[in-house]
Design a protein around this ligand. Structure first.
Ligand SMILES: NC(=O)C1=CN([C@@H]2O[C@H](COP(=O)(O)OP(=O)(O)OC[C@H]3O[C@@H](n4cnc5c(N)ncnc54)[C@H](OP(=O)(O)O)[C@@H]3O)[C@@H](O)[C@H]2O)C=CC1
Ligand SMILES: CC(C)(CO)C(=O)C(=O)O
Length: 337
């Protein structure tokens, strides 16, 4: 199966039906895609029993989808959307093979810096491998770069219960091949996303979009974990607002060095986060649920990039140090940190 011979009705497998994957799965199924889900534990049981449920704009939608814990039970897909938290990615990668044919697009609908960020790229860190996000190289080995599609998700959603998700705000998606291939190969999934109610666009410079979204996540998410506060309270606190700005400015310097200059100011980016209102970041949701947090993909990577380039990141490092100890104390440290 290649881009020219994808199914008439797109076969899309959601690997990880939590807040983001569940929202995408329901909306894509309602729009006519052939959606299947890889889930485990309570989520598998809930979707088998009740279907996948989304509450959005005051309405609750429920779709019956094929669900299994075993990818070998499903045929190769047109697209696999991986929407797990970063600490689960290596496990997903090591089981994904049955879902892939040479034409399958593997879309990572995840925050943070992905394993392929510098692979095959140009620039000062070209072909640098980020141990913080793929310490044993399992992900790179399992998901061919030419089939990998980055996806930046501008959405706020959460899990009410296994298999039951809630959407709060945002519908913007940006997708692009990791190897910067032309946009035409992604027009089918882009159209599908748009007909499902997302505002999706394809780019040939997905690394820029990933880095830009990271600004908000690398600052607000760990601070929310440390304080237990929603994004509005953090942004409205003058000292924490200043801390977010300083972390973002450090990321801006790293971005300039790796060839990804910002096209917005730190205050503009924080202003956008403000529009989410009183939202619990995904890292705070994980902390409260006792799940491993995405410190490595959001923060350790920035610290590591600073070290490699010999650029100081004192505010990023301090928050990372605090967040790491807090996560360790709570038993939520992901494996690589
Ligand atoms: N929530 C949000 O508003 C936003 C989140 N993001 C990003 O999107 C990504 C996904 O986040 P989110 O949806 O919040 O995460 P969730 O924790 O809500 O969902 C992840 C889901 O994946 C499941 N899962 C994990 N490992 C496996 C596995 N091996 N097989 C099957 N299922 C698995 C989890 O199940 P279990 O918990 O039972 O292991 C869970 O249901 C993250 O990178 C996050 O930072 C981006 C924008 C907004
Ligand atoms: C919704 C948002 C933007 C909040 O920082 C997010 O990406 C997250 O919670 O991880």
């Amino acid at each position: 199966m290649d881009a020219m011979t994808k199914s008439d009705r797109l076969k899309i497998c959601i690997y990880g039906a939590g807040a983001v994957g569940g929202t995408m799965g329901v909306l894509l199924a309602l729009a006519g895609a052939e959606v299947s889900v890889i889930a485990h534990d309570a989520t598998l049981a809930a979707i088998k029993h009740d279907g996948l449920q989304l509450t959005k704009d005051g309405k609750t939608h429920r779709v019956q989808v094929r669900v299994t814990a075993d990818p070998a039970e499903l045929a190769p897909q047109d697209y696999v959307i991986i929407s797990v938290k970063a600490p689960s990615l290596a496990d997903v990668a090591s089981h994904i093979a049955p879902l892939l044919s040479p034409g399958t697009g593997v879309i990572t609908a995840m925050n943070g810096v992905p394993w392929w960020f510098f692979v095959g790229g140009n620039g000062v860190l070209s072909n640098t491998r980020l141990a913080a996000v793929d310490p044993h190289g399992i992900v790179e080995k399992s998901i061919p770069l030419a089939q990998t599609v980055g996806c930046v998700v501008y959405m706020a959603c959460s899990l009410d219960a296994p298999g039951k998700v809630r959407h709060y705000s945002g519908n913007k998606l940006v997708i692009g091949y990791a190897d910067n291939k032309s946009v035409s190969g992604l027009s089918d999934i882009n159209d599908m996303f748009n007909s499902a109610g997302f505002s999706s666009r394809v780019t040939t410079t997905i690394r820029h979009d990933i880095w830009h979204k990271l600004w908000g996540n690398l600052s607000i998410n760990p601070i929310s974990m440390l304080t237990g506060e929603t994004s509005d309270i953090i942004i409205n606190d003058p000292l924490l607002y200043e801390l977010c700005l300083r972390m973002m400015r450090e990321a801006e310097v790293l971005g300039d060095a790796i060839g990804i200059p910002m096209d917005a100011s730190t205050t503009e980016v924080i202003g956008r986060a403000r529009t989410l209102g009183a939202f619990k970041t995904s890292m705070l949701q994980d902390t409260e649920a006792g799940k491993p947090v995405e410190l490595d993909a959001l923060l350790t990577v920035a610290h590591d990039i600073g070290k490699i380039l010999d650029l100081p990141t004192p505010f990023i490092d301090s928050v990372l140090g605090l967040a790491r100890l807090r996560a360790r104390k709570l038993g939520l440290l992901d494996t690589a940190a």
